[in-house]
Every structure is written in C-alpha cells, then in structure tokens.
Design a protein around this ligand. Structure first.
Ligand SMILES: CC(C)(COP(=O)(O)OP(=O)(O)OC[C@H]1O[C@@H](n2cnc3c(N)ncnc32)[C@H](O)[C@@H]1OP(=O)(O)O)[C@@H](O)C(=O)NCCC(=O)NCCS
Length: 265
C-alpha cells in the first residue's frame, strides 16, 4: 500500500495531461489542460477529490508555480464549487472574470437598423498584412489578456489553424467607406448535437469610432451574419471589466448565462 505515486505528465502541443497511476492502472486524471495563446490555462477536473486526485492537483500546482503568467479558467457553477474551494485553499486568487452569453439564432430574425448598411471586406479579398495590422489596432483596450493585443501573431496563427477557419468569414467592416471595426466569425460544430455554435472570436471597433453606438449595431449585425453562415446558437463572452461590451451584450442578448473565473497564484 505504501507505494510511490506515479504521476505521468504528457504534453502534446498545447495539451497537458496529468495522469496518476498505481500499479499501471490509471486512477485519476486531470485532462484537457489547455494553454491558449498568451498563457491561459484551462483546467478540467474529471474525477472527485480523492487522495489520488489531490496528489495530482498538488503536482499540477507545483508546475503551475513555475509559470507565473498563467491563469486557470473555472466556470463558477455549483458543480465546480469543491474544486474552486480547493484552489482558493492552495492560494489561487481571482485575477479576472468573464461573462458568457448565449442566444438561440434559430428564432433570431435580424432586422436592418437605421444606420446605412455596413459593408464587409474579407480576409480572403484583402492584403493580409494590412488586415492584421488594422485588426490588432482595433483590439486595443480589451481588458483580458487572452486576446489579439498581447500576442497578435500567435493569436492569428492559432485561429487560422482551427478546422472550420474560413478567410471569407473574417471581415473588415466599413461604414460610409471608413474602416470602423472587425468581426472574425468562427463556427464551432462540435458542441451540442444538431447545433452549430457561432462566435465572433474578435469583435472590435476601431478606437476612433468607439462610443458612438457602432459597437451595439455591429454586434447585432454580427449575430445576423453568424446565422447567415450557418450558426444556430450564438455564443459570446467578455471580461466583467469590459463595461462597453457588457452593455452591448445586455442590450443585444440579455442577461449572462454564467461566469468564468480566471485564477492565478
Ligand atoms: C467594446 C467595444 C466593442 C465597444 O464598442 P463601442 O462602439 O464603443 O460601443 P457602443 O458605442 O455601441 O457602446 C455601447 C454602450 O456601452 C457604453 N460604452 C462603450 N464603451 C464604454 C467605455 N469604455 N466605458 C463605459 N461605457 C462604455 C456606451 O456608452 C453605450 O452605452 P449606452 O447603450 O448606455 O448608450 C469597443 O470598445 C472595442 O472594440 N474595444 C476593444 C476590443 C474589445 O474589447 N472587444 C470586445 C471583446 S469581447
């Protein structure tokens, strides 16, 4: 019984998998640990708080201490309460929060607003370096650390690697011939059966055009666009501290569905 626990750590690209073995039998796992661009870690605990799981978690925390820029993402839901309590106990603190919003697009009927129509120019039709340069200018000011501004090239490369990535769905948005913002649409088919989630990976208004109501209008247009390209559910999220975006969600989608906590040591 007095056996040394074997903690097997597999790192495949950005995926971390910590496995706890006894006599070559897997008895606990922390899987799906995912580092997205700019050092964001998602930790999903698969098993309950057994001694084995705790040994595994402690090993993870020790590795985590070596990566001070990292944060763990945990949904603030009752099912994760025990895990959150444990993370607080070992010293994790909330760094920032995100709000998550969903909208059923099957019943959503986009109606053109009073503004002149937005026109789009896609990445497929644009000079890619100009597109990128303006995209990163537009992203400036987002209070989260996992967006284009903190590591633009990595952000761009990783999104372009996603299986449903389509340069026709990444749009520079014009109003009266001015470039006013971006919608970079992403379709996520692997969620609910018979549903296709649609997300704007980076939604942004150019700094010179902010606080004029354009964000609200473009976000509403973006949900219509996602429906046009095949999404059945809209999914959006933003940092609690992004006051303008939280207002846009409240007006265009309603109340948030749940909260994501981002914790660091
Ligand atoms: C967030 C963002 C898209 C808002 O665009 P915008 O064109 O300024 O938004 P709107 O003018 O439609 O404003 C919507 C509401 O938020 C308010 N608002 C916008 N920015 C605000 C700010 N910085 N502080 C306080 N309130 C703000 C507006 O006054 C308006 O309120 P009202 O409906 O009560 O009149 C824009 O600031 C941006 O692109 N930021 C950087 C990228 C980013 O954060 N994207 C979102 C990632 S999820």
């Amino acid at each position: 019984m007095n056996q040394t626990p074997i903690i097997n750590k597999e790192i495949k690209g950005n995926q971390f998998l910590y496995t706890y073995l006894e006599k070559e039998t897997i008895i606990a796992k922390i899987g799906g640990v995912f580092i997205v661009p700019n050092e964001l870690i998602v930790l999903r605990q698969k098993s309950g708080p057994t001694p084995a799981t705790n040994a595994l978690r402690l090993a993870f925390v020790e590795d985590f201490r070596k990566m001070p820029a990292c944060v763990i993402q945990v949904p603030n839901v009752p099912a994760r309460k025990a895990m959150l309590d444990w993370l607080y106990e070992v010293g994790f603190k909330i760094k920032y929060k995100k709000y998550l919003y969903f909208k059923d697009l099957k019943t959503f009927d986009y109606q053109p607003t009073a503004l002149p129509p937005f026109t789009f120019k896609s990445l497929a039709d644009a000079d890619p370096s100009y597109f990128k340069k303006c995209l990163f200018e537009a992203a400036e000011g987002d209070p989260t650390t996992d967006t284009a501004t903190s590591n633009p090239q990595k952000f761009f490369d990783e999104l372009a690697d996603y299986p449903t990535f389509d340069p026709n769905h990444w749009q520079m948005v014009y109003l009266n011939e001015n470039l006013i913002g971006f919608i970079t649409a992403k379709l996520i088919p692997e969620g609910e059966p018979n549903e296709v989630e649609g997300n704007i990976q980076l939604f942004a208004i150019m700094p010179a055009f902010r606080q004029k109501g354009l964000g609200k209008h473009l976000h509403y247009r973006a949900m219509g666009y996602l429906k046009e390209i095949g999404a059945t559910i809209y999914f959006g999220s933003t940092a609690e501290a992004n006051v303008g975006m939280v207002k846009i969600f409240k007006q265009n989608v309603g109340e948030m569905e749940r909260e994501q906590l981002f914790l660091g040591l």
